[in-house]
Design a protein around this ligand. Structure first.
Ligand code: ITT
Length: 207
């Protein structure tokens, strides 16, 4: 089987592909459908945006679709960047620009600027990654939705080269590593995305 994933983020695709492969489902991202215009994500919650993306793509292609809307919620920033995580530093911001912006916001919020020069990582704030998944049928009707979270700490110095987005700044005390230091397989067992997909299988089994 095959499912269209309503995403242009290849970092997500790299993690979602093995998760769907556990159910023998191959994923096809929007990279394969350049004709579909960019989806306007104007929802106020992760769940709203996941539904908007899945529905728009399903209606454009006439096939079922699944979407992942996710982001980073930082305690000291009252939950920001949240649904704005992808465009925190501007409309077409790179991951690097978003990470720089996050550290700037946290340093001014915590007045820890001086400590950033220390050698050991400085923990700036508690944070959580959040992921909402939505599956719709070919008519854009919701079939199932799910949610997953993962808690960590934002550190002042990036570590690791795997993953994407805010992973190098997201430290997991239980593992002594950042999310960017974990393999895709390991990340999938503990991440917001991995948890949301496991919860999607449960929702589908119970429906
Ligand atoms: P699509 O809408 O095309 O799927 P996007 O990157 O715009 O791609 P979102 O609106 O859901 O997707 O924004 C997600 C952002 O949250 C992403 O760009 C990262 O900055 C951050 N993010 C989400 N999951 C992450 C993860 O596992 N690791 C690091 N950062 C993550």
């Amino acid at each position: 089987a095959e499912i269209v994933v309503a995403t242009s983020n290849e970092g997500k695709v790299k993690e979602l592909a093995p998760l769907f492969m556990q159910k023998n489902i191959a994923v096809k991202s929007l990279r394969h459908f350049p004709e579909i215009p960019a989806v306007v994500e104007d929802g106020h919650t992760f769940a709203d945006n996941a539904f908007i993306k899945a529905r728009t793509v399903a209606l454009a292609l006439g096939v079922p679709a699944v979407a992942d809307d996710s982001g980073l919620c930082v305690d000291l920033l009252d939950g920001q960047p949240g649904v704005y995580s992808a465009r925190y530093a501007g409309e077409h911001a790179t991951d690097g620009q978003n990470n720089t912006k996050l550290l700037e916001a946290l340093r001014s919020a915590s007045r820890l600027a001086g400590e950033a020069q220390e050698h050991k990582p400085v923990s700036l704030s508690g944070a959580r990654f959040v992921c909402a998944i939505c599956l719709v049928d070919a008519f854009g009707n919701k079939i199932a939705e799910s949610h997953g979270e993962c808690e960590g700490i934002i550190i002042a110095e990036p570590r690791g080269s795997h993953g994407f987005g805010y992973d190098p700044l997201f430290y997991l005390p239980a593992y002594g590593q950042t999310m960017a230091e974990l393999s895709v397989e390991h990340k999938n067992t503990i991440s917001h995305r991995g948890r949301a997909i496991q919860s999607l299988w449960l929702a589908l089994a119970n429906s």
